[in-house]
Design a protein around this ligand. Structure first.
Ligand code: NOJ
Length: 543
């Protein structure tokens, strides 16, 4: 039987720089992360996704790489990386790393060589135009901050393409040498034991880069090549796409899992926030209905928040306004005219009932759940930091200085720790939540444990059950003759409902927002309290 480990994985995203500083220089490192694996083990995490840790001038949180074959010295050495890999493996956790090959930093020696000499072998590794391209401000990814997607380089006497910030020059992936190098980078990290890659900016990676030259006949071939290479080098490794795409093109990205093993479901994420804002399950049900079923080895990845803004661009203007009104009414909470730069707990105002509902939904959505570090304890955002840095403050381990993240003077920290107030590190931290059995952290750990023993959710056939009521989302998952049903109440009221499933005699609760729910007969009416949820195993069905 195929061991598609990722279908029942719990992925936890760590930014090494912000997680744990072991040597007191104010920057997180691999030794610190290895030391804190207890926390991930206690949560039940099975796979760690590391955001970029490569050498970088760090103008985009590490997504501006200057050397793909190394660790930034601020985080340690390649030796420390291998030690960390060993420690993770010891705890049964896999590691996935960010692969950022749509662009490099302009400080990368390749770009420096490319701009210096027209006859440099690296010249054609980037995308140039001798003439000023038309409409250079069309298609900027960070409106309001980024001005254009082409910039003039005086040394090269030409314009270079950068879909993101001007310090991130796009690689020319049509060039076979660049494609070779991408595979070589993958091979390097696979040899060091990683279980796969979160591939950055996939839609930009495969788009035709140069509008003036012949179009790339099969842009997706690059993804197939990457997947083939990876599968040859390491069986069971996966590619997870960062691709904020419409559902109708997802099939081409998946190609039944022969290209992307997983794709982050950005569409579902936006409708989830709309559902939470409206206190109605309808938007989420709508998205789930529209969502194509990944075929073959494909799988959706679900998330609540990540290290970027909540991108609401796929909602209508009115729907987006509803989300803003509920979760980020102030202009400084919004970003790029399309999203919110807040953490989950901030948006839900620290309301424990709604936070638990959101996490229960994360683990109950068909797909593989991905958690952004710190959300499991309800960390908040720091809006005094620029752009997306608001959600990238260091992990809050305890109530000691710097929240236990670092022993460096506060002004040396890579980002300030969340200082004070309801979300400050003295109030919200791991140590306090470890001691308190009803803490969000313990609730999330219990949910993870249940999710891991409920493979029906990651593997099963999914059916939406209509109970004639938009207050509730009722989902059934059927796998190997076992059926599980999850029910979520989006409202702040008590909602009674009948749950009739043909042939089911008894429901056995696996997880509930209320305590002590015993197994109950199928004809017994049930109800959920405000923002309540329950996961039920069905008994008695004959198939
Ligand atoms: C997507 C990453 O998630 C984001 O943080 C980054 O700024 C862009 N890609 C550019 O690499």
């Amino acid at each position: 039987m195929a061991n598609l480990w990722y279908k029942n994985a719990i992925v936890y995203c760590v930014d090494v720089e912000k997680f744990m500083d072991s040597d007191g220089d104010g920057v997180g490192d691999f030794a610190g992360l290895a030391h804190r694996l207890d926390h991930l083990e206690r949560l039940g995490v099975t796979c760690i996704w590391l955001t970029p840790f490569y050498p970088t001038p760090n103008r985009d949180n590490g997504y501006d790489v200057t050397d793909y074959y190394n660790v930034d010295p601020r985080h340690g050495t390649l030796g420390d990386f291998v030690e960390f890999m060993h420690a993770a493996e010891d705890r049964g956790m896999r590691v996935m790393i960010d692969l950022v090959v749509n662009h490099t930093s302009i400080d990368h020696p390749w770009f420096q060589a490319a701009r210096s000499r027209a006859d440099s072998p690296y010249r054609d590794w980037y995308v140039w135009s001798k003439k000023k391209p038309a409409n250079i401000s069309d298609g900027v990814v960070f409106p309001g901050v980024q001005k254009s997607i082409w910039s003039y380089d005086r040394k090269a006497r030409a314009w270079y393409l950068h879909r993101f910030y001007r310090h991130q020059a796009d690689l020319n992936v049509k060039n076979p040498a660049v494609r070779e190098e991408i595979l070589k980078i993958m091979g390097f990290w696979l040899a060091l034991g990683v279980s796969g890659f979160r591939i950055d900016a996939v839609p930009f990676l495969i788009e035709p880069k140069d509008p003036e030259s012949e179009l790339n006949p099969d842009p997706y071939a690059l993804l197939s090549d990457m997947h083939d290479f990876m599968a040859w080098r390491r069986a069971g490794a996966v590619m997870l796409a960062e691709a904020n795409i419409a559902y109708d093109v997802a099939g081409q990205y998946f190609d039944a899992g022969d290209r992307m093993s997983m794709i982050f479901d950005f569409v579902l994420n936006q409708y989830l926030f709309l559902a939470l804002a409206r206190r109605s399950a309808e938007p989420l049900r709508r998205a789930l209905k529209d969502r194509p079923l990944p075929t073959g080895m494909g799988q959706w990845a679900t998330f609540l928040r990540n290290h970027d803004e909540v991108d609401l661009a796929r909602l209508s203007r009115q729907e987006r306004e509803e989300c803003y009104a509920s979760f980020g009414p102030r202009p400084d909470m919004q970003l790029y005219g399309r999203g919110l730069r807040r953490r989950l707990a901030g948006m839900l105002d620290g309301d424990q009932a709604r936070l638990k509902l959101a996490f229960s939904l994360l683990f109950a959505m068909p797909g593989t759940p991905v958690i952004w570090f710190g959300d499991e304890i309800g960390m908040g955002e720091n809006l005094s930091l620029p752009e997306r840095h608001a959600v990238r403050t260091p992990m809050q381990w305890g109530d000691e200085r710097n929240g236990g993240f670092s022993s460096a003077p506060a002004d040396k920290l890579v980002n300030p720790v969340h200082p004070s107030g309801r979300f400050g590190y003295r109030e919200v931290n791991v140590a306090e939540q470890v001691r308190r059995p009803d803490s969000l952290m313990h609730v999330v750990a219990a949910m993870i444990s249940t999710r891991r023993s409920t493979p029906e959710i990651g593997w099963g056939d999914v059916q939406l059950i209509d109970v004639g009521n938009d207050d509730l989302l009722v989902v059934s998952y059927l796998w190997r003759s076992n059926r599980v049903i999850t029910v979520h109440n989006f409202t702040d009221g008590k909602v009674p409902f009948p749950l009739k499933v043909d042939g089911v005699r008894r429901f056995v609760p696996l997880l509930t927002s209320s305590e002590g729910l015993d197994p109950f007969a199928a004809d017994q009416p049930i109800g959920l309290g405000p923002f309540g949820y329950c996961w039920l195993r069905c008994e008695g069905e004959r198939r």
